[in-house]
Design a protein around this ligand. Structure first.
Ligand SMILES: Cc1ncc(C[n+]2csc(CCOP(=O)(O)OP(=O)(O)O)c2C)c(N)n1
Length: 576
């Protein structure tokens, strides 16, 4: 007779799950043993459960299908939490198994006791305890269906003794419904949207993650309206390529004329974006289209709110939208965008081939040139995010995964693990900060031991660079941000991994080219300039003041040389 654990694993296999990421232990052992005995599913041993959750989230984002992670009772599953928040907030269908202490001990303050059903509530659509075998497999199928259908996390909490018990119900066969429905707004809304677009003179489209799969439709609408098209970070990979209307990106990491276009437009159309920084939105003259009604109007006041899939909505509205003749707004924005790119982005990559320490933007630029057309980039929260946003050129086939909504550090390495396992033949490049890498460093061992051919490029500035920038902008001298230099290549070599350290800019091209061409895992540790900081496209008076204040404070405390260098490298980047 199968146990509940056997049944659990069988249901996963039926749902197409090929692996479970996690770390074995006590209450989880019956499930792990069932994996050992079951064909078609493997146990992926990682070194930190946070890696397990991030890897599952990345796998789900690459495949669009359910991915699974697991943690043993108490601290084991507690470690999953940050990665689960990230997966949930990224809309990645993930099932997490949080195993639990023996059921008879629950509530007694037993060894390792926690209450995962309370802890994981906020980062899941469904979080339930399997208290008796009779609940299975129905509860598990419901958890899977919820994760897949509502795109997010489900958590099952299962005491080890329940997992060991004989299954009470036949496993049977189940189906997972995974094709999302087409959401088209009602005719009245389509007409209203068309009217608003027709009566506006200068329309600007601002695109987010919800424009995935709607590139053609967005371009057609932009052409009809002569509308500049800007994007949020999560919209970049879907909308920036082959886009003659591109005016860049908004937000703290943004660049180009996106902000200017938003301010100059008499109508801003938010397409599939829940872009969180309301200060960057005009707070007027705005219409929004989103498949999720909870996104409508939550960042800005709206003239019109339309619930619908972006592609479907545009297809429905296009027949009612008149071709605009006047291109002057669009042309002005395109020119301004080109000028700004020239000044802001190119300023960094010109003459940087000789700069020591190596300019991180030079590294990102070279990486962009050399990486495969269908590479997956995983990008650490921190400055790597900025470099990826500015230098990784999307083309509709590449993917860029980051912790774009949750904003957690240390995501790049574990996400690369999941992306590579999901697609073993694809080039996966992790753009890691040295702070991020050191946080989950143990999982470099996972790359080596499984021989996952991930290429980890460490932007090693011996500093928590992003926070250094935040402090400067807030008028604080940087403090607690710098640490001793670490040779991550030496660390990687110590575990048998192929690794290179690059300190000379002349080695960047060849070093990265060789690394990408080397089979198996490779770590490239690039010693980069900690003072190469980016400045947001729209910097306020107070922020400038803060910047100046930090400069003078640091000068007063003796750090003249450093601040002069920093000021020099940033001056070129401040939009005029
Ligand atoms: C788990 C976590 N801790 C702290 C932060 C705050 N934080 C954001 S970026 C950052 C610095 C990242 O440093 P590093 O990985 O070295 O990258 P760099 O910015 O220097 O390129 C910190 C501390 C965070 N986002 N997540």
């Amino acid at each position: 007779m199968p146990t509940v654990a056997d049944q659990f694993v069988e249901v996963l296999v039926q749902a197409g799950v090929q692996r479970i990421y996690g770390i074995v232990g006590d209450s989880l052992n019956p499930v792990v043993d069932a994996v050992r005995r079951t064909e078609g599913i493997e146990w992926v041993h990682v070194r930190h459960e946070e890696t397990a959750a991030f890897a599952a989230g990345a796998e789900a984002q690459i495949t669009g299908r359910l991915a699974v992670c697991a943690g043993s009772c108490g601290p084991g599953n507690l470690h999953l939490i940050n990665g689960l928040y990230d997966a949930h907030r990224s809309g990645a269908p993930v099932l997490a198994l949080a195993s639990q202490i023996p059921s008879e001990q629950i509530g007694t303050g037993f060894f390792q006791e926690t209450h995962p059903e309370r802890l994981f509530n906020e980062c899941s659509h469904l979080c339930e305890v399997v208290a008796q075998p009779e609940q299975m497999p129905r509860l598990q199928r419901s958890a899977i269906q919820t994760a897949v259908g509502r795109r997010g996390v489900s958590v099952l909490v299962m005491p080890g003794d329940i997992a060991e018990r004989t299954a009470a119900n036949p496993t049977g066969q189940g189906v997972v419904h995974s094709e999302p429905p087409t959401v088209v707004p009602p005719e009245s809304q389509v007409r209203e949207l068309a009217e608003v677009l027709n009566e506006s003179e200068r329309v600007m489209l601002f695109c987010g993650n919800g424009t995935r799969g709607a590139h053609r439709e967005v371009m057609e609408l932009a052409g009809r309206l002569n509308a500049p098209v800007g994007h949020a970070l999560r919209g970049k990979e879907w909308i920036q390529y082959d886009n003659p209307f591109d005016v860049g990106m908004s937000g703290l990491l943004g660049y180009g004329a996106c902000q200017e276009a938003m301010e100059g437009a008499d109508r801003v159309v938010l397409l599939g974006t829940d872009f969180p920084y309301n200060d960057f939105l005009p707070q007027a003259r705005t219409v929004q289209v989103d498949i999720d009604p909870s996104h409508l109007g939550r960042r800005t006041v709206l003239d019109l709110a339309v619930q619908g899939d972006v592609g479907e909505t545009i297809r429905a509205v296009l027949p009612h939208v008149r071709q605009k003749d006047d291109r002057s707004f669009l042309d002005r924005m395109l020119r301004s965008h080109a000028d700004q790119l020239e000044r802001v982005v190119e300023a960094y990559t010109q003459n940087v081939e000789r700069q020591v320490p190596i300019h991180p933007e030079f590294v990102a630029d070279v990486l962009d040139d050399l990486a495969a057309d269908d590479a997956v980039f995983t990008v650490d929260t921190g400055m790597a995010n900025v470099w990826a946003a500015r230098y990784v050129t999307p083309n509709g086939r590449r993917r860029v995964l980051g912790s774009f909504v949750h904003g957690s550090m240390a995501n790049a390495l574990p996400q690369a693990v999941g992306a590579q396992l999901a697609d073993p033949d694809r080039q996966v490049v992790a753009m890691a900060g040295d702070g991020g890498l050191s946080m989950l460093l143990g999982d470099v061992l996972t790359l080596q031991q499984r021989q996952l051919p991930v290429k980890v490029v460490v932007f090693n500035n011996a500093s928590l660079g992003m926070v250094k920038l935040e402090m400067l902008v807030d008028g604080l001298p940087d403090f607690g941000t710098d640490h001793d230099e670490v040779d991550y290549a030496a660390l990687a070599r110590a575990v048998g991994m192929h690794a290179v350290r690059i300190e000379d800019p002349a080695q960047v091209q060849d070093g990265l080219r060789d690394a990408l061409a080397t089979p198996g895992p490779v770590l490239v540790d690039v010693r980069t300039d900690p003072n190469a900081l980016s400045i947001p496209p729209k910097i306020t008076g107070t922020q400038v003041k803060g910047f100046a204040l930090a400069v003078s404070r640091t000068v007063l405390s003796g750090g003249v040389g450093k601040m002069v260098r920093l000021a020099r490298s940033n001056l070129r980047n401040i939009p005029r």
